[in-house]
Ligand binder design. Structure first.
Ligand SMILES: *Cc1c(COP(=O)(O)O)cnc(C)c1O
Length: 427
């Protein structure tokens, strides 16, 4: 009978790399058990949310045209509200991505003269244009909404003194990014977010606290809305879509703010009442159902990668032992060759476009060349195994996703094999 090792060999992984990987895995049993326990909790949470909302077979069908009385759409929004323990939610295929969901939440709750504050440093790249940090057509800045930012302290903690000073009579909304995204600061735990929100609300109770929840969903047992956030916002082609949602975004929060967002997404007066779901709801429901397990699979991949590359001598963020609050793993190679080889390995492990060789290119909006590896069923999906890295010091790659743990494991071994074949590392 063929052994797993033989299969790995057929797939281009040498015995050495397989053995090295198995050795690393031996030490990860407790971590994986912890991840499984959280996944189990969240699986039940999602199931309960669906049962409590009385999801029925009819909910899986879609509407056309205006989409009035779309039972499936309205029920799915109840399911999200149940999961996030919020009054309401907006979950739509018409929300095109995470940036759009965030822009919607911000632009619908802010008015000219209001001020937006980020107490956790610079937000995700694409939000710079939404806010107007980088001038852009239609930015909040163009509408007379000002922006203030307080950076995290050197050790990654909140600068409460400066935050207190930054809050003023104009401060209307606070944006808190949970995930580090593509920065080197630590990702915030939900508990930490709760502490920050409590502090802010003690200074200004009526300020709206919004959390950019991208990459964080289902990593912990609780979500930011369980610790005082007025809104949690994210993308369906990341964790909560479970790899099946082909597009979409969500905003879960207080009724008033969700309604604001709906009025902006569709039109004042129409709000949540319109928006045909066409045939997409089945994938939203089924993806959400799978999301806790898919997130756990991606997390296991991230932990495995951290430990593998740490043992090989590379700097990794988070490190192999750290508790996880999102699914992103950074590995610093220190050379362009390392970044390219890693991405080649990930690409070669993909179910789609595995025969394509990724190359660095001049991507719009970036100040250096960028290399990306992705062979996904859903274009651009980063809950599927993917990696990218800017070709500039410190030459780090950001790696995330994996619909199954087995695939994430294979992808990481493939990347190690590529580095080995190019004599960048030795085992
Ligand atoms: C991915 C991401 C976004 C933007 O999402 P897109 O779907 O790429 O527009 C915003 N914030 C964070 C932290 C993210 O990880």
């Amino acid at each position: 009978m063929p052994e797993n090792n033989e299969m790995y060999e057929q797939m281009g992984i040498s015995k050495e790399v397989t053995a090295y990987g198995e050795d690393i895995l031996e030490g990860l049993k407790d971590r994986f058990l912890q991840i499984d326990r959280i996944a189990e909790y969240n699986q039940l949470k999602v199931l309960k949310a669906m049962q409590d909302a009385k999801v029925s077979e009819a909910c899986l069908l879609g509407t056309t045209g205006y989409g009035y009385n779309d039972l499936g759409r309205d029920t799915l929004e109840k399911v999200y509200a149940n999961i996030f323990h919020t009054e309401d939610a907006l979950v739509r295929p018409q929300i095109t991505c995470g940036t759009h969901a965030l822009a919607l939440a911000l632009s619908s709750c802010l008015r000219p003269g209001d001020e937006l504050l980020s107490p956790v440093g610079k937000p995700y790249d694409t939000l710079e244009e939404v806010i107007g940090i980088r001038p852009s057509k239609g930015s909040l800045a163009e509408y007379g909404i000002t922006y203030r930012q307080v950076d995290l302290l050197g050790d990654g903690s909140f600068d409460y003194e400066k935050i207190e000073k930054a809050i003023n009579s104009k401060t209307k909304l606070i944006t808190i990014q949970r995930s580090k995204g593509y920065q080197t600061r630590p990702t915030l735990s939900v508990e930490k977010i709760g502490e920050l929100i409590a502090f802010i609300k003690s200074r200004k109770p009526d300020v709206i606290c919004m959390v950019d929840n991208c990459y964080g969903e289902f990593v912990e047992r609780i979500e930011p809305t369980d610790v005082g956030a007025d809104m949690a916002v994210g993308s369906l082609i990341k964790n909560p879509g479970g790899g099946l949602a082909p597009t979409g975004g969500y905003i879960a929060g207080k009724k008033e703010y969700v309604e604001n967002a709906a009025c902006r997404l569709t039109s004042p007066g129409l709000a949540k009442e319109v928006g045909a779901s066409l045939g997409i709801l089945n994938s939203f429901y089924q993806g959400l159902f799978l999301a806790p397990i898919v997130t756990a699979n991606a997390l296991k991949g991230a932990v495995f990668a951290a430990n593998f590359y740490e043992r090989l001598g590379f700097a990794v963020i988070p490190d192999g032992k750290e508790e996880r609050h999102d699914i992103i793993q950074a590995v610093t190679f220190g050379t362009p060759e390392g970044v390219v080889a890693f991405c080649k390995g990930i690409q070669a492990a993909a179910p789609v476009d595995s025969f394509v060789v990724p190359e660095p290119w001049d991507m719009p909006g970036y100040d250096s060349q960028v290399i990306m590896a992705a062979g996904a069923f859903v274009s651009g999906s980063s809950i599927e195994l993917s990696a990218d890295g800017p070709i500039k010091p410190p030459y780090a790659v950001y790696f995330q996703g994996g619909l199954t743990w087995e695939h994430a494991k294979f992808g990481i071994m493939k990347s190690v094999q590529q580095l080995l074949d190019e004599h960048i590392i030795s085992l």
